[in-house]
Design a binder for this molecule. Sequence first.
Ligand SMILES: [Ca+2]
Length: 508
Amino acid sequence: MSNLFSTIYLKLALKSFANFLTMMTRIFFGISFLLILSLGCSQKESQVQKRPNFLFVLVDDQSPFDLKVYDPKSILETPYINNLAQAGMVFESARHMGSMNGAVCTPSRHMIMTGRTLWHLPPSAEFQKNTDPHPLDEQTIGAVFNRAGYKTMRTCKIGNSYPAANAQFTIVKDATKRGGTEESGSAWHAKQVLEYLDDREVKQEEEPFFIHYGFSHPHDTRDGTPELLARYGAVNHTDSTRLPSANPLQPPLQENYLPVHPFFHGHPELRDEERVSGVWKNRDEQTVRNELGREYACDENIDIQLGKVLKKLEEMGEIENTYIIYTSDHGMSIGRHGLMGKQNLYEHTWRVPFIVKGPGIEPGKRVEGNIYLLDILPTVCDLAGIEIPKTVNGSSFKPVLMGEKNVIREVQYGVYCGGTKPGMRTVRKGDWKLIKYDMMEGAVRETQLFNLAENPHEYLPEHQRSSELETDLAEDPKYADKLKEMEDLLLEQMISNNDPYRLWDQKM
Ligand SMILES: [Ca+2]
């Protein structure tokens, strides 16, 4: 009997053990399947995650030296831009290639959109009203990122840009906003971006985005908000028959300020040098300091608006996967060297502020870079893993962003020939910079040679500095060899960039 019971118990036990094993096997395979499934999903998710977003911030007419990031003595308050610089990479030699047009913005924005050099732009860069369709329209930032599956959105000023490229963005909210209120000023541009981001949340958009966050300021008319104008002691001066009041809160004159440029800039009746409201042809200290105060009021307002969008991206959990690029279409003089506009090739105007923060970029690093604005398109393609359009002339500076290189080229070349031809040309290599002027049918023919390490402000004899190197060295026989070297380099650059002009002392 007991044996029978034992056998039954044994059979039952074996059966339950077998059932147990089957159950465990099922659970094991079930869990494994779920694990594989979830791993697959998270891999897919991380692949999606790996496609970065872009917030491209483009301001209008800002010298890098407005910002504390480039001039520690500046009294301008831009906490968000400063934070961006601390968390990202600052470029010391970011430049625009120049202009064949009095409206320097126009070719600059064509170069940004196409990645092409100055003499290879569609006719709309030179003849602003020519907006006939051009094959390059389809090879611009908006079009390229749309094809790659990105959501594209832009806000910016209207005009003096590349309309057919602007229209490629899926959402376009453009308007020129240079007033001193929420609706008429920089806050309007912020509102467009914030509305897009809100909408993205509602629609639960999964695709990465490319946002072109453009401003209409600090381009004149520099109407600041009342609070910010007060902070910088400035007024929206409109009476050309009187000077604006002096105010100790205004920014001091820049180190390379002059009451007059030593020779004519070569562009008769140039708007920026003669008709900017609040300045006109005045270059006295009161006018320049008030205008700088207005500029800073507009700059700080842009910073506040940038802060709103950064905060929103943080709330959305997108900030860590977003490349934020901050720059301007070109620099600006506002009294430096006795000039007011952007139609010159001194560092304050040829250079642009350029800060990038994003995945893989070492925080707080400063690099030379030697980049042009026309390198942006190939770089953002490179960062996003998108094939760079064959029409691009520029180079990706991703290796600089990733800490593998300090510069992407040795020599940089610049042009201004929006006035009398052939105009101004510049070339820079290492510490040395040459600027040449050939204007007014030969009446203005000048050469300047600067050692930027010793003379970063490009002081001229008129600045009356005591240091031997803090001046224009073109006439100094000690630097004759260096001058010759830079002259040769300029001609080389003009040839390789297909510059259609030659200067008076260059071989044809
Ligand atoms: Ca501009």
